[in-house]
Design a protein around this ligand. Structure first.
Ligand code: FES
Length: 924
């Protein structure tokens, strides 16, 4: 075969059945990404003779005699970017960037007609991060980025430093490297929801040519751990083994086969003979708590940190302030209802995976798609009795996380193989494995009861929450505790009561996911409050506004006051004003008319979230002056599209009076700083950023001290500017200051540290106007407005992207995403074409508004804004649906068939007596 790739000729035959994607990647074209291997996501899009194709579906042999262009070949041979690459840079049409090559290749092939119909043009490309609006702006040629200016970095739309590499396909993600002598791992997974492994015969597997090892529970450490990564490992139960002799969900690892090729490893998996003693399984959390139910983990409650193992309760919370029954007795109206949320998958386009080896000193080095490299190192050290200096964990650029990579799902078994074989080993999950073997959002059942007086004063709130943590308790108790925290504290009520349970079942484990449980409970709370207001004859927004927490008030949950949590800035009143203004505006007359018979309504919801997790979150940073007068910034936090690298550079540049392009960032590598808890709980700016701020301030002080001593002038007469220390007699360039410091042996660097406490809170509000077709159940979003109290917005362009992406992801979870589990406990939606992700055409443009606040705790007044936009979306949409139809929806997702059925049962058949007239509100 002869194929020209980006102008270079290749004359190597593909393997039988090989697709073009792997053919290209094996020849170093790493810009071609693997997102699904099924033609669903478009991350592997390349041009063949100028035509865009999904290279994962395109047989490599068909490229014979053709010219293939990958994203690396899109720029001119002289290196001039293609116009589409420039546009994506100028609009910053990416976050993690894993999908970007696919979008670039699709866009570059569009003709003028196709450019007018982007929803159709992008049917074959998925993005999980951006919500597509930044991509649309890029295609339309909108420029968002601003030029850097010395010392004026904060609050500006400065571009991500990785941008040029992302648009040229050269940003290295986890697997974008050649490792000589690499072996490949594949996992054999359980076909049973609950079984004991009574025998394993690996002899046939070992006879497969190329197979080096088959690892089973006999090879794994006996100790138990949790896959969840937290600063304090005691937050999670120790209920997991690397490979266990009991399987507790369909898809659990049973054996790991390591071979010269993926194909040999897969064949090895097929040849492993496992004998199971099948055991009864329980799939429903309420059933699991009943006496006599199958026990998922029969362990010692204390040593494993499981609340009541025999009842399948991994964690529980019970609390009451005041007297809720008395509170309901004094209420004029009481509403109660049961709300249900479903399993949702993170669906990061880059799947879980790691590649590991022993370096020249015999040190275990793990390159992983993780949000928590430092905590993963800690866990590997504990698991394999290794000293900390014998393990290094590195995250390259991570292709999306959303909490799903706050776990150790692959590194443990890869490390086992490397330590055993002393060869490099790679494990990369398939898209199906993401559904069977990674984690999901916890499905919740929430019974809410709320009472209020006729004047709208809340008298009592009671919640009973059951969270299904699946077969393992990773994040189970912590998500449950968090879910009933800020969701209750945001409303003043003298009487509050919570009973919450995190429950094991024999289903795929749940884990951390954007919002960490708040979204589930807020769906119930915000819906219930809306309903109660209607029954009282009050405007729901006014009712909520009169009951929300105010500036300076304590955070009171059903457990009492959260002491390290403060309202260090308050923008909720401004958020509610944004919603009021949106409601008051008439619909845009230029918008497409609502079809006859459709019902129109509007709804809002608000949310509060702590700007960091409880119990401390640690970040170290170190910044050094470089010989050329630039700076090297080392931070632990990982970059997976959340934009923290950009913000850290902005913070440092501001303190050191330089431009961001003079700051080089090294990050997410356990070798570069002392410790970092990880890039989760939206801490990348508020915790790690504060460590960077402290380090930068300390270095600025040091530079001024050094210059003053060198020049023998008062320190107060010196200031940093123009890459120099300015002083009354002139300027001392930083390059010269570096040399002077070196000459006297003074290191020109400084460290910063932050422990993540005290914490503040951020606020969000979402408002929708929707139209609903009672004849089909279709929901059309007519207008979407989001108000975000992010404190000082460090980079409005990036922060808006976080909000747009969060709203889009929440819309998927609200409208159609659903990891369905069949009656055997098997996930039946284990592919993107069965698990519906929001596509370009599904996501409306959301108007994003930032509040004018500055936080007293966050760095330079900033607050977190990565997770929180997710939380108010589902209840705002359900409230709008209620307004339009009169029907209260209590179960997610709000699929078309579910909506249609509920409206039919409620007798809602059309919008009005007169065609063309739509209702705004129907009585309950
Ligand atoms: Fe599109 Fe991350 S930027 S998937």
């Amino acid at each position: 075969m002869r194929v020209e790739v980006n102008g270079s000729l290749f004359e190597e035959e593909p393997r039988p059945g090989q697709c073009l994607r792997t053919y290209l990647r094996e020849r170093g074209w790493f810009g071609v990404k693997k997102g699904c291997d099924a033609g669903d996501c478009g991350a592997c899009t390349v041009h063949v003779d100028g035509e865009p194709v999904h290279s994962c579906l395109y047989p490599a042999f068909r490229a014979d005699g053709r010219a293939v262009t990958t994203v690396e070949g899109l720029a001119s041979p002289e290196g001039e970017l293609h116009p589409v690459q420039r546009q994506f840079l100028e609009a910053q049409g990416f976050q993690c960037g894993f999908c970007t090559a696919g979008f670039l290749m699709t866009t570059a092939a569009l003709d003028e007609d196709q450019l007018t119909d982007l929803p159709r043009a992008f049917k074959g490309n998925l993005c999980r991060c951006t919500g597509y609006r930044a991509i649309e702006d890029a295609v339309r040629g909108v420029r968002h980025v601003e030029a850097p200016a010395a010392g004026e970095s904060v609050g500006r739309n400065l571009p991500a430093p990785a941008g040029p590499r992302i648009v040229t396909g050269t940003a290295p993600f986890t697997f974008d490297l050649d490792v000589p002598g690499l072996l490949h791992m594949k996992l054999l997974r359980s076909p049973h929801a609950h079984a004991r492994i009574t025998a394993v015969d690996v002899s046939a597997a070992l006879r497969v040519p190329g197979v080096h090892a088959v690892l089973t529970h006999h090879d794994a450490p006996a100790r138990h751990f949790s896959t969840a990564r937290h600063e304090h490992p005691t937050e999670d139960p120790d209920d997991t083994r690397v490979l266990d002799d009991t399987v507790r969900h369909i898809g659990q690892r049973v054996a790991a086969v390591v071979a010269e090729s993926e194909a040999a490893a897969e064949e090895g998996c097929r040849r492993v003979e496992v004998t199971y003693e099948v055991l009864p399984a329980v799939l429903d959390p309420e059933e699991a708590m009943k006496p006599g139910a199958p026990v998922v983990h029969d362990k010692d409650a204390t040593t494993a940190r499981i609340s009541r193992p025999r009842d399948n309760v991994v964690g529980e919370a019970h609390g009451e302030i005041g007297d809720v029954e008395a509170g309901f007795a004094e209420a004029d109206e009481v509403y109660e209802g049961t709300y249900r949320t479903q399993r949702v998958q993170h669906a990061s386009l880059e799947t879980h995976g790691a590649v590991a080896w022993l370096d020249e000193d015999g040190r275990l080095t793990v390159r992983s798609s993780t949000q928590t490299p430092f905590l993963t190192r800690r866990a590997l050290c504990a698991l394999y009795d290794l000293p900390q200096d014998k393990v290094r964990v590195v995250a390259a650029r991570v292709g999306g996380g959303f909490g799903g990579k706050q776990e150790m799902l692959v590194e443990d078994v890869v490390a086992l193989a490397v330590l055993r074989l002393r060869r490099p080993v790679k494990l990369e999950y398939t898209r199906a494995e993401q559904f069977h073997g990674a984690t999901t959002r916890h499905p919740f059942t929430i019974h809410v009861k709320i009472g209020a007086r006729r004047d709208g004063t809340l008298t009592a709130v009671r919640l009973r929450v059951v969270s299904d943590t699946g077969a393992y308790g990773n994040h189970g108790p912590a998500v449950m505790f968090h879910s009933v925290g800020e969701s209750m504290a945001v409303y003043r009520a003298p009487n509050k009561k919570v009973d919450a349970f995190s429950v094991y079942t024999h289903t795929v484990p749940a884990g951390a996911f954007r919002g960490y449980g708040l979204g589930q409970v807020m769906f119930a709370m915000e819906s219930a409050l809306d309903e109660l207001a209607r029954r009282l004859g009050l405007d729901p927004l006014a009712f909520k506004a009169m009951n929300v927490i105010g500036p300076g008030e304590p955070m009171v949950t059903a457990d009492g006051e959260e002491e390290d949590l403060h309202i260090a800035s308050y923008g909720l009143d401004q958020c509610l004003d944004i919603v009021r203004r949106a409601r008051a505006q008439e619909p845009d007359p230029a918008a497409a008319p609502v079809p006859d018979g459709w019902l129109v309504g509007e709804g809002a919801a608000l949310a509060m979230i702590a700007t960091g997790p409880p119990g401390g979150h640690i970040a170290d940073a170190r910044i050094s002056l470089l010989p050329d007068g630039g700076f090297d910034l080392a931070v632990g936090t990982a970059e997976f599209g959340n934009g923290t690298t950009t913000v850290h550079r902005q913070i440092a540049a501001g303190e050191l009076a330089t431009t961001v392009d003079r700051i080089t960032v090294r990050q997410s590598d356990t070798d570069v700083v002392g410790h970092d808890t990880g890039a989760f709980a939206s801490t990348g700016v508020v915790v790690a950023g504060k460590a960077t701020l402290r380090a930068s301030r300390a270095l600025a002080d040091l530079l001024l001290d050094l210059a003053a001593a060198q020049l023998r002038v008062p320190r107060a007469a010196c200031r940093l500017a123009e890459e120099a220390v300015l002083h009354p007699a002139g300027r001392l360039p930083l390059k010269e200051l570096y040399q002077a410091a070196r000459a006297v042996g003074v290191p020109v660097c400084a460290d910063g540290h932050f422990g993540g406490t005290p914490r503040s809170v951020a606020f969000n509000a979402q408002w929708f106007r929707v139209a609903v077709d009672p004849g089909t159940g279709e929901i059309r979003i007519l207008r979407s407005v989001h108000a975000a109290d992010a404190g000082q917005v460090m980079n409005p362009m990036q922060c808006r992207g976080q909000v747009e992406g969060g709203v889009a992801q929440a819309l998927g979870a609200t409208l159609f995403e659903d990891v369905r589990v069949d009656e055997r406990g098997e996930v039946e939606t284990a592919a993107f074409r069965r698990y519906r992700l929001p596509q370009y055409a599904d996501v409306p443009r959301t108007e994003v508004h930032f509040m004018r606040t500055a936080d007293a705790i966050g760095p330079l007044g900033a607050k977190s804004m990565s997770e929180s936009p997710f939380n108010p979306v589902a209840p705002a949409l359900a409230n709008a649906l209620r307004d339009a139809t009169g029907v209260r929806f209590t179960r997610l997702p709000l699929t078309r068939d579910r909506v249609w059925l509920a409206l039919r049962e409620a007798g809602v058949t059309d919008g009005a007596d007169t065609p063309g007239v739509t209702h705004r509100t129907r009585p309950a």
